[in-house]
Design a protein around this ligand. Structure first.
Ligand SMILES: [Zn+2]
Length: 144
């Protein structure tokens, strides 16, 4: 179902990087409540990740399934009108994402990508426990 017109979509798109989305806020609340301290939009880190946990040398991206093209996800449905336009747009987003992840990894950062669909009420706890596991694993690696 495509209920947003192109104008509204470009408006939403322009907000994506500058304003925290609800899924991102859910992740931040979980981290905060579990005593993980993070920073937002750290400029010294490549790719401007959504959430940076310096102590764990980890960058977290919270990706919307549509805009970032979550392969095989029910939320990633290419609109039936202007299909070519959306496919190339989302493909560009994906390429940019991959570049950012690569730059971070090369700079020694762990990259964790959390998809919006993994943050549904019945999934968020499981998802965040996985994230917690990755954080602590990386911390151990750093002090080996
Ligand atoms: Zn998804």
């Amino acid at each position: 179902m495509d209920i947003l017109g192109p104008l509204q979509r470009s408006y939403n798109m322009s907000c994506i990087r500058s304003k925290a989305t609800q899924p991102e806020l859910s992740v931040r609340h979980w981290l905060w409540n579990h005593d993980y301290r993070y920073r937002l939009n750290v400029k010294s880190v490549p790719g401007k990740p959504d959430i940076v946990l310096r102590k764990y040398r980890t960058a977290i991206f919270v990706n919307g399934c549509f805009w970032h093209g979550h392969e095989g996800c029910s939320k990633y449905v290419v609109p039936k009108s202007n299909t070519e336009f959306w496919i190339s747009k989302i493909e560009r987003n994906r390429e940019r994402d991959q570049k950012e992840y690569k730059a971070l990894k090369e700079a020694g950062w762990q990259v964790i990508v959390i998809w919006e669909c993994q943050l549904k009420k019945n999934l968020i706890e499981e998802t965040m426990l996985d994230v917690e596991h990755l954080l602590n694993k990386n911390l151990l690696e750093m002090y080996k």
